[in-house]
Ligand binder design. Structure first.
Ligand code: IVH
Length: 676
C-alpha cells in the first residue's frame, strides 16, 4: 500500500469513529438516552485520541476530541450579526398579554393566527454560525448588532454539534451554511457545585445561574468553560440573517433533526386561551426543572406574518414574554448587619434564617438603606417575605404579620461609628446613604482591592474575600499597586496557602498586566466611573497620561460624561496619592495606553435624526456608525438637522423633515452615504 492510500485509510477510520462518537454524544447529552455504557464510550474516545495523537495532521476542528482544551485567548474579537439579535417585550400581566394578542390580530387583519409557546430560559442568547455543516462561530448577543466571538468556549458545550452530516442536513431540509440562535444556560446543579467550589477557594460567588453562564462563556480559558457543564437550547434557524422555514414550529422540528437540543415544553395553539392554558400549566412545573426559567415566550408561528408585523425598537411585534412573578419565601430576620462598601457606603443587610428559594438557599438579603428599613417597618426578629428576582441579591419586600408570625421587637439603628474602623459615619444633606468618612478605612481598602481584582476588572482569579482579608489585615496590600509587589514568600506566609495556590495567584497577577487599558481605568475605582464610562474614556484619550491631564471641559466631550463624572475624575487625579498610584502601576508594567479611537471626519458637522423602525441595523448600531465617522445623532428634527434617516412606520419626525425640506434617507441610502 502506498503512504497516500494508507493515510486515506486512516482518515476514513478516523471519520467513522468520530461519527460514531457524535452519535453517542447526541444520545447521551441531547436525548438523555444513552445506548452504550460510559466505559464503552470512553473506549471509543480513547481510541480516537490515540489515533489522532499518532496522526496529528489529521485532527479536524470538529473532532469530538477538540471540545476540551483550546488555547487561552487574549480577549474577544467583535463580530457583527447577520441580522439584529432582538430582545423581547415582556409583561407580568394577563390583560396586557391579551392586548398584545388583540394588536397582533388588528395589525395583521387576520382572524386565525397560530402561536407557538415556549419556555423563556434564563440564560444568555447566543448565535451559532455553521459553514458546510461545521460549527464556524459562536457569538454572544452583545448590543444586538455586534457580539463577541466566543467560538472556542462554545465548542466545549456538549449539546452543541460541532458538525452535522450531509444526511442530517438533508433530512432536516437545511442548507449547509446556516445560523442557529438559542439560549446558553447553566443547569442548577452545575451552578451549585461551581459556587460551592468557588467558596472553598475563597472566590466570589455568582449571584445566579444566568450570571454564571455569562461569566463562563466570556472567560478566556476554554478548558474552564469545558469543566462547567453549560447547556444550550436552540430556538431559531436562519439563512443570511433571515428565518429559514415558513413556520416556527417547523424550525423547532428541523433543529431537533439536526441534533440540537430543543426544549420539549412547547405547544402550537390557534387561540389566546390555549396559550394562556399552557402558561398556567407550566408555572408549577418550573420548580422541578433542572434549570431556571423566568416565563413563557409566545411567538407568531408563521414567518411571513412575523415579517409583516416587524419590530418596534429592539423587540419584535410578533413575540412577547409573559414573566412569572419572582419567587419568594417567608423567613425570619435573625439580625441586621452593616456592610461597608468601596465608597464607604453603609448597607444594612438582613441575616436570615436560611430558606430555599427556587433552587438556592438564601441566608442574606439586602435592605438597601435606612429609608428602606423605615419604609418597610422592619425590626429584628420580624418574619419577612424575601424575593429573589432574576438577578442580583435577594431583597426583603415586606413584613409578614399573623398569629404564626409574631412581630420582632428590636429596632435597627444605623451605627454612629463605622463597624470596621470606628470612625464616625455621616449622612450628607440630601443623601440617603450613610458613609464612613475615614479615607483609610480597612473596609474601603478591602472593597477597593476586591473590585480591582474582580472578574470584570483585572480578573485576578483567586483573589477573593478570604485572600484579600488577609492581605489587607497583614498590611501586605495597602493599595492596588501593592498587588504587583507581592512575592511568593508573602503569599506563603498566609493561612491556607500552599505552593501551588500561591503560584496560581502570582500567575493570575502577572496575566492581569496584559489586560486592556480601560480595565485599569475601571479598576481605579473612581466614583461614578463604571465599566462603560471607562471604555469611553479609554477610547477618547488613548492613554492614562492624557486622561490624568484632561480638564473638565475636555472630559465632558466624552460620550456619557457630564459635569458630575468629569468632576469626580478631576478630583481623583488632583490627589497626589492617586497620581503616585498610577505611577506605580506603570512601573509594574500594566497597560496604561490603548488605541485612541480616531473618529472619521467624513460626516463631521453633520447632524442626523433617526426615526421609525430600522431593519438592517439596531438604533444603537446605526448611531455608532454615524458617530464613528464624526457625525452627530440628535433626538429631534430642527432646521439644524442635515439628514433624517427613516425606517418603517416613521411618524411625526418624518413629517417635520418633509415640512422643513430636510433630505430623508432610507437605510440603504444611509449605508451608501457611509460607504462613499
Ligand atoms: S426568542 C426575537 N425564545 O429572552 C426573538 N428568546 O428577553 C428573541 N430567551 O435575548 C428571542 N428563552 O436570550 C426567545 N424561548 C425563547 C427564549 C428566549 C429565553 C431570551 C433570549 C432573549 C431574551 C429576550
Amino acid at each position: 500500500m502506498t503512504t497516500a492510500t494508507k493515510e486515506k485509510d486512516i482518515e476514513t477510520r478516523l471519520e467513522a469513529l468520530r461519527e460514531k462518537i457524535r452519535y453517542h454524544e447526541h444520545r447521551y447529552y441531547v436525548l438523555d438516552d444513552p445506548e452504550i455504557s460510559d466505559a464503552e464510550f470512553d473506549q471509543l474516545m480513547n481510541e480516537l485520541k490515540r489515533l489522532e495523537a499518532e496522526h496529528p495532521s489529521l485532527i479536524t476542528p470538529d473532532s469530538p476530541t477538540q471540545r476540551v482544551g483550546g488555547k487561552p485567548r487574549e480577549g474577544f474579537v467583535k463580530l457583527p450579526h447577520s441580522s439584529p439579535m432582538l430582545s423581547l417585550d415582556n409583561t407580568y400581566n394577563v390583560e396586557e398579554l391579551r392586548n398584545w394578542d388583540r394588536r397582533v390580530h388588528e395589525l395583521s387583519g387576520r382572524k386565525d393566527i397560530e402561536y407557538v409557546c415556549e419556555l423563556k430560559l434564563d440564560g444568555m442568547s447566543l448565535a451559532l454560525g455553521y459553514q458546510q455543516g461545521r460549527l464556524a462561530r459562536g457569538v454572544t448577543r452583545g448590543d444586538g448588532s455586534v457580539g463577541e466571538d466566543v467560538t472556542a468556549n462554545v465548542r466545549t458545550v456538549r449539546t452543541i454539534p460541532l458538525s452535522i452530516s450531509r444526511e442530517k442536513l438533508k433530512a432536516a431540509g437545511v442548507p449547509p451554511d446556516f445560523e442557529v440562535r438559542g439560549e446558553m444556560l447553566m443547569p442548577l446543579e452545575a451552578f451549585g457545585k461551581m459556587n460551592e467550589e468557588r467558596q472553598q477557594r475563597g472566590l466570589s460567588q455568582f449571584a445566579n445561574p444566568r450570571n454564571a453562564t455569562a461569566g463562563t462563556v466570556r472567560q478566556l480559558e476554554p478548558s474552564i468553560t469545558a469543566e462547567r457543564r453549560l447547556d444550550y437550547f436552540a430556538y431559531a434557524l436562519l439563512e443570511d440573517g433571515r428565518t429559514y422555514f415558513p413556520e416556527h414550529w417547523e424550525t423547532l422540528k428541523a433543529l431537533e433533526t439536526l441534533g440540537f437540543k430543543v426544549n420539549p415544553a412547547r405547544v402550537r395553539v390557534s387561540n389566546f386561551e390555549d396559550a394562556w392554558r399552557f402558561i398556567e400549566k407550566e408555572e408549577p412545573k418550573r420548580e422541578e426543572l433542572p434549570y431556571e426559567i423566568d416565563g413563557i415566550v409566545i411567538k407568531v408561528n408563521r414567518t411571513a406574518l412575523q415579517e409583516e408585523l416587524g419590530q418596534t425598537g429592539k423587540a419584535p411585534r410578533w413575540a412577547i414574554a409573559y414573566k412569572y412573578a419572582a419567587r419568594s419565601a417567608i423567613t425570619q430576620i435573625e439580625d441586621i448587619h452593616v456592610q461597608v462598601g468601596r465608597t464607604g457606603k453603609l448597607t444594612p443587610v438582613a441575616a436570615l434564617q436560611p430558606v430555599p428559594i427556587g433552587g438556592t438557599t438564601v441566608s442574606r438579603a439586602t435592605l438597601h438603606n435606612l429609608d428602606e428599613i423605615e419604609r418597610l417597618g422592619v425590626k429584628i426578629g420580624d418574619w419577612v417575605e424575601v424575593e429573589r428576582g432574576g438577578d442580583v441579591i435577594p431583597k426583603v419586600i415586606r413584613v409578614v404579620e399573623d398569629k404564626n408570625h409574631p412581630r420582632g421587637h428590636r429596632r435597627f439603628q444605623m451605627p454612629e461609628k463605622c463597624p470596621e474602623c470606628g470612625t464616625h459615619v455621616v449622612r450628607s444633606q440630601g443623601e440617603v446613604d450613610y458613609r464612613c468618612v475615614n479615607a483609610n478605612c480597612p473596609a474601603k481598602l478591602r472593597e477597593t482591592i476586591l473590585h480591582f481584582a474582580s472578574r470584570g476588572v483585572m480578573n485576578i482569579d483567586g483573589m477573593g474575600d478570604a485572600l484579600v482579608n488577609q492581605l489587607t489585615a497583614r498590611g501586605l496590600v495597602g493599595n492596588v499597586a501593592d498587588i504587583y509587589r507581592l512575592t511568593k514568600a508573602d503569599l506563603l506566609s498566609l493561612e491556607r496557602m500552599g505552593d501551588k495556590s500561591a503560584q496560581n495567584v502570582l500567575d493570575e497577577i502577572a496575566a492581569s498586566k496584559k489586560l486592556p487599558f480601560e480595565r485599569v481605568i475601571y479598576g481605579l475605582g473612581i466614583r461614578f466611573v463604571g465599566e462603560r464610562t471607562a471604555q469611553f474614556l479609554a477610547e477618547h484619550f488613548g492613554s492614562m497620561d492624557a486622561l490624568m491631564d484632561a480638564g473638565e471641559e475636555e472630559l465632558e466631550q466624552v460620550e456619557e460624561v457630564g459635569p458630575r463624572i468629569a468632576g469626580s475624575i478631576r478630583e481623583f487625579f488632583a490627589e497626589p496619592k492617586n497620581r503616585e498610584l498610577v505611577k506605580r502601576l506603570r512601573e509594574a508594567g500594566l497597560t496604561l495606553s490603548g488605541k485612541k479611537k480616531e473618529r472619521g471626519t467624513k460626516l463631521a458637522g453633520k447632524t442626523f435624526v433617526l426615526t421609525g423602525t430600522l431593519v438592517r441595523h439596531t438604533r444603537d448600531g446605526a448611531k455608532k456608525l454615524i458617530e464613528d465617522l464624526g457625525g452627530r445623532v440628535a433626538g429631534s428634527v430642527s432646521k439644524k438637522t442635515d439628514y433624517v434617516v427613516a425606517g418603517n412606520d416613521a411618524g411625526s419626525k418624518l413629517d417635520k423633515a418633509r415640512d422643513l425640506g430636510i433630505p430623508v434617507l432610507g437605510e440603504e441610502e444611509l449605508e451608501a452615504l457611509l460607504r462613499q
